[in-house]
Design a protein around this ligand. Structure first.
Ligand code: ADP
Ligand code: MG
Length: 339
């Protein structure tokens, strides 16, 4: 009998992994922004061309990489963020899979420029289809710039599947909003085809919301604040009178990570019960903090879904807290610009 199984070469494995991690330019934006945050950046710039189809570039002033790490960062399962299995249940970083850069480098032309503070000279690496095409020393500022060009250049089916520029840009802006809202203490800017789209200075959550969604948003916000043993909640809900038909601004962040949760959304919606006009949905920007040990983020490659140990308790707490905040506001509107 003939043996038929062989191990796939790395670049093929990377392409397969890329299918899960990278669906569209916005996925690249998310991964690169998260890496910049994990690197401790205080200022991050996103530059895109043609809705990210031609270029997605992220520049940060974070810790940068050594020459060896710069090269290693494109290997699969290469990460500085976890070392042992237990770390998976105590995550303090956005990344941990060590898959993003390897995946992206398998399906795009990637250029990396990086330098650590302690080094005089940085590193400049070019990669195409998982192959390093050049590596040299370079004079660059401390931090990292990663440019991802011609996404899906070697997967025509994927490239053809991409939507129109306005639709792909919308997805990118959605990712940008999520990351920028989760980190008001970091300055973000975004440039599309040479035009500035966002320029967000360091601020607090209220100010960040206003900077993104406009000055009129300020008066619509009702603060939410609660701290219990298992959960810390803060942020804002939108006053019921201003709730939008269809989906308005709905943001949950758990330990500074944007997540989608129909279950928690239901908790908030039920707190709004009786206050909303027909067909309108509650708006909210809610930051939840829980013990990292009590959640599992490792259930989906894009990490937008997570599992909580005690869902029911969270539901009840969230509902009660939002209800309380809405009740307080209807008695005396709270206008506090300093939080
Ligand atoms: P992960 O984020 O899951 O570790 P990635 O493939 O996104 O995997 O990145 C691999 C590694 O490359 C990271 O663990 C980090 O050490 C390094 N890295 C990536 N982006 C940056 C950056 N902007 N600044 C500094 N180091 C980075
Ligand atoms: Mg990463």
């Amino acid at each position: 009998m003939a043996d038929v199984i062989s191990l796939l070469p790395d670049h093929v494995a990377n392409q397969i992994a890329a299918g899960e991690v990278v669906q569209r330019p916005a996925s690249v934006v998310k991964e690169l922004l998260e890496n910049a945050i994990d690197a401790g950046a205080t200022s991050i710039t996103l530059l895109i061309k043609d809705a990210g189809k031609t270029l997605v570039q992220v520049t940060d002033n974070g810790c940068g990489m050594s020459t060896t790490d710069a090269r290693l960062s494109f290997e699969r399962h290469a990460t500085s963020k976890i070392k042992v299995a237990e770390d998976l249940f105590n995550l303090h970083t956005k990344g941990f899979r060590g898959e993003a850069l390897a995946s992206i480098a398998a399906i795009a032309h990637v250029e990396l420029k990086t330098k650590q503070d302690v080094s005089e000279i940085g590193t400049h690496i070019c990669i195409e289809g998982s192959q390093v095409t050049s590596q040299e020393a370079a004079v660059v500022p401390t931090g990292t710039t990663i440019s991802v060009k011609n996404l899906f250049y070697n997967i025509p089916a994927r490239r053809n599947f991409l939507k129109s520029d306005p639709v792909e840009t919308r997805h990118i802006i959605d990712e940008f909003h999520r990351v920028a809202l989760a980190h008001p203490q970091i300055a973000f800017s975004m440039v599309h085809n040479g035009t500035s789209v966002f320029n967000l200075p360091v601020s607090n959550l209220r100010q960040r919301i206003v900077n993104i969604f406009g000055n009129k948003t300020n008066e619509k916000l009702v603060p939410v604040d609660e701290e219990t043993e298992i959960l810390k909640i803060n942020g804002f809900v939108i006053k019921p009178d201003f709730a939008k038909k269809g989906k308005g601004e709905q943001f949950f962040f758990v330990n500074n990570r944007f997540i989608k949760s129909p279950y928690l959304n239901h908790a908030v919606s039920s707190a709004f019960e009786g206050l909303l006009k027909d067909g309108s949905k509650p708006g909210y920007f809610l930051m939840l903090e829980v013990d990292p040990k009590s959640i599992d983020i490792n259930i989906h490659p894009t990490k937008t879904e997570i599992k909580f140990d005690d869902e029911h308790a969270l539901y009840a707490l969230l509902r009660a807290t939002v209800k309380h905040s809405l009740g307080q506001f209807s008695i005396a509107p709270v206008l506090d610009f300093n939080r």
